[in-house]
Design a protein around this ligand. Structure first.
Ligand SMILES: COc1cccc(-c2nc(Nc3cc(C)[nH]n3)cc3ccccc23)c1
Length: 282
């Protein structure tokens, strides 16, 4: 399908990301509402690997179909800009909700982590590592479901990173910051570490290793964090099973979805109803 700008009515600007602006848009012929992300080619430094990242983002995200992963419907470009036709998530950036509420109640955090684990299982089955899981890269749909977005940093596993890391170190696993890791090679298990950091941040309102950049690196390398006493023992158990230095000892996604803290807060509708019925309890 050959997309072009004339096919869309551009609505209000939704906001600016790190690499461009996002607008509400409607596809004229169908009336379909979407989000149009515009990136200026001039802003993508030539040869810095960012162009390759954009191509990879398109190739990876356009082949993904999952309720908790933001869909990329298509893309097109003109002489100066690249346009991404993206799924519209009505409630915007999850981290704005987190900052506003300071921290999420355990039932809400558990539901978000369960949805993230489902999205990551889907990605890992396709040997895609997201590598940049943090609240800033998660959007929220109108029914409060979360949508993992921004695949600019995702790659096919296994991988060793070349592009320089920018932005917060808070979510990086030890194997991605340790210079000791000879060729910086790592695999999907980096997303398990980030899921642990995300769980902590949802429940505490700040990242577990938040500090000055030097101290953050040191604390990550030692998995040096303290979990406040208001965090329930079940949630504490899950965080401690994900924030493990040895990637192979981190709790696998299947076990995350079966963890007592997740099961306690994410009763499935019909299964729970059937259980109620069969046990005759009201
Ligand atoms: C920096 O603030 C930014 C940046 C980019 C988008 C939003 C934003 N986005 C969306 N939905 C989206 C965005 C995409 C790519 N799909 N669906 C909804 C919103 C609602 C209120 C405020 C802001 C919103 C904010």
């Amino acid at each position: 399908k050959q997309w072009h700008l004339g096919m869309f009515e551009i609505g209000r600007p939704l906001g600016k990301g790190k690499f461009g602006r996002v607008y509400l848009a409607r596809e004229r012929s169908s009336g379909f509402i979407c989000a149009l992300k515009v990136q200026y080619k001039s802003e993508l430094q030539h040869g810095s690997g960012v162009e390759k990242q954009v191509r990879r983002e398109i190739e990876i995200q356009s082949n993904l179909r999952h309720p908790n992963i933001l869909k990329l419907y298509g893309h097109f470009h003109d002489s100066k800009r690249i346009f991404f036709i993206l799924e519209f998530a009505g409630k915007g950036e999850l981290y704005k909700h987190l900052r506003r509420e300071n921290r999420f109640p355990e039932w809400k955090a558990a539901q978000y982590i369960a949805q993230m684990a489902s999205a990551l299982r889907y990605l890992h089955r396709k040997h895609v590592i997201h590598r940049d899981i943090k609240p800033e890269n998660i959007l929220m749909g109108i029914h409060g479901e979360i949508k993992l977005s921004d695949f600019g940093w995702s790659v096919h596993a296994p991988n060793h990173r070349r592009a320089t890391l920018c932005g917060t170190l808070d979510y990086l696993p030890p194997e991605m910051i340790k210079s000791g890791n000879k060729d910086n090679s790592y695999d999907e298990k980096v997303d398990l570490w980030s899921l642990g950091v995300l769980t902590y941040e949802f429940l505490v309102g700040e990242a577990p290793f938040e500090d000055t950049p030097v101290m953050t690196q040191r604390r990550i390398a030692r998995a040096d964090m303290t979990i406040p006493s208001f965090v329930s023992p079940e949630a504490r158990d899950l965080i401690k099973k994900l924030l493990v230095l040895d990637p192979n000892k981190r709790l696998p996604l299947e076990s995350v979805q079966q963890h007592p803290w997740i099961l306690k807060h994410c009763v499935k509708g019909e299964r729970a109803a059937n259980r109620e019925k069969s046990s005759g309890r009201d």
